[in-house]
Design a binder for this molecule. Structure first.
Ligand code: ADP
Ligand code: F6P
Length: 471
């Protein structure tokens, strides 16, 4: 593979090997914030993407996609078990999300995490041209910056964490906490979603590694590692264009009819993940139905919960519980031809998502904790007519930007019910006013703004940022 001047390293490639039997593939967006953020940015840019194609065994040879080189990393069944399902998604994921589920600690998983991180670092070292910028993404690969620096001291290394970075008292639980921090500190710039996360990280670097640290700079030997908040975003123009497409408008109209032309449609779109607050939301909705504050004939709820990380025990349990609860609610409150909740657990393409967002009078995004939450931003982008109401958890990174949403604490069941009721009763003038403020914010803080801020901070010549964020 020819070397590249920009290399993105992420656990997942934006394609999986099932779509590329003959090497010919198209961008197939996997559900998840990381791919949604990076995909529109890299298209037609001179970059390479190092990642896992989702299968087990040999890495498939993938053709370039829209000019971006794909370098798949091979993972064995043990690697997937110990790294992806184990240390990444059963240790770090719950720990970094306020331990809303109990993190598990296993020494074998840590070995797998190190092994797989080394393989990603070697692959990145192989495809980076001399002096390249290598941009490492997310919690699966926190050791890669340090490993890569040893292999390739000539490259400039960025690291961006898409998920929250926890407060010290939680992070301190992690058995291999110092090694994890040291791995991240191999980067020249460490980006977080929120300033609080950067603060948590700096505090830990001082406490655990005894390094001189402020929320902006950490001194590691003769290097200065910069730290900061760079809230990730979406391609607003892409979502707006989709939402305006005649076939999308027509599909939204048809779907509304299929839903029985109710007065109000409430929508939620999540990965099936315990951080997303799906069970709490269902409980609140069920109580609103039971009390008669919401009536099935007037209001319909659509819950999309795309299957995710299905081999991890906590995810299997969640799916069973959610599906049982949806069945119970429909059994109790549905009528013939009128279910109280329409539940869908499969992937949608972008145009279908845009149509769903257009159908939704109210979008309920109520995670218990979320690094950012791009679904909320996609909804706002898709409301090209300037209407629609967003109910948003205070514990999503997005809440720091969308202060005009109906903000809610999803742990507070009564508060959740009240906020949903307020959203259902919002006057058109209030809704439009709030939506206008959120759309104005998003327009100036879209994905190119994010990339520009981050890459200018990483590459002080500014040339990389200019190349990536124009056109
Ligand atoms: P996370 O990164 O935790 O998955 P985000 O809300 O930041 O959460 O990002 C989720 C992304 O996945 C969004 O871009 C959303 O459009 C996409 N997505 C969610 N559900 C589906 C689905 N059923 N089909 C396709 N894409 C989905
Ligand atoms: O940041 C959240 C995240 O872990 C992303 O890295 C990823 O895009 C998304 O969730 C989906 O997760 P997975 O890759 O495990 O399907």
């Amino acid at each position: 593979m020819r070397p590249s001047s920009l290399v993105v390293v992420a656990n997942r490639l934006p394609v999986d090997d099932s779509v590329a039997p003959d090497g010919a593939c198209e961008w197939r967006r996997s559900p998840g914030g990381l791919v949604s953020a990076l995909h529109p940015l890299l298209r037609h840019k001179p970059a390479a993407w190092v990642g896992w194609a989702g299968g087990i065994g040999d890495a498939p040879a993938l053709a370039d996609i829209d000019g971006v080189r794909m370098r798949a990393v091979a993972l064995s069944a043990e690697d997937v078990r110990d790294h992806y399902e184990g240390f990444a998604n059963a240790t770090l994921w719950p720990l970094f999300h306020d331990s809303v589920e109990q993190p598990s600690y296993h020494r074998r998983w840590w070995e797998g995490y190190q092994r797989v991180n080394r393989r990603f670092a070697e692959a990145a070292a192989e495809v980076a041209e001399p002096g390249a910028v290598v941009w490492v993404q997310d919690y699966h690969l926190q050791l890669v910056p340090g490993m890569l620096r040893e292999l390739r001291p000539d490259v400039r290394i960025g690291f961006f964490l898409h998920v929250p970075f926890p407060p010290p008292e939680l992070f301190m639980q992690l058995p291999r906490r110092a090694e994890l921090l040291t791995g991240m500190l191999g980067a020249d710039l460490i980006g977080f979603q929120r300033a609080q996360a950067a603060h948590n990280f700096a505090q830990l670097a001082a406490k655990l590694l005894d390094l001189p640290a402020t929320d902006q700079r950490i001194v590691v030997g003769d290097r200065v590692v910069r730290v900061g908040a760079f809230p990730v975003s979406i391609d607003m123009a892409e979502m707006e264009a989709l939402a305006r497409r005649p076939d999308v408008v027509e599909r939204a109209r048809r779907w509304r009819g299929d839903l029985g032309d109710p007065q109000r449609v409430i929508l939620s779109v999540d990965r099936m993940d315990y951080t997303k607050g799906i069970e709490q939301r269902l409980k609140a909705y069920s109580e609103l139905l039971a009390s008669g504050q919401v009536k099935v004939r007037d209001t319909v709820m659509v819950q999309v919960a795309v299957r995710s990380r299905e081999r991890v025990g906590q995810y299997q349990i969640l799916r069973e519980r959610v599906e049982r609860e949806v069945g119970r609610i429909n059994g109790e409150f549905g009528r013939v031809g009128e279910p109280a909740i329409h539940y869908l657990n499969h992937p949608f393409d972008r145009a279908e998502l845009a149509a769903l967002y257009r159908v939704a009078d109210i979008m309920a995004v109520t995670p218990l904790r979320d690094g950012m939450n791009l679904v909320a931003k996609e909804y706002v982008a898709a409301r090209v007519d300037g209407d629609g109401v967003l109910v948003l958890s205070e514990f999503a990174g997005t809440a720091a930007e969308f202060t005009r949403a109906f903000l809610v604490n999803p742990h507070d069941l009564e508060g959740l019910k009240q906020t949903l009721t307020q959203a259902l009763r919002a006057t058109p003038a209030d809704a439009t006013d709030r939506m206008r403020a959120m759309r104005d914010h998003l327009r100036t803080h879209d994905i190119r703004h994010w990339a520009h801020l981050y890459l200018t901070a990483l590459d002080d010549t500014g040339s990389l940022a200019a190349r990536l964020t124009t056109g």
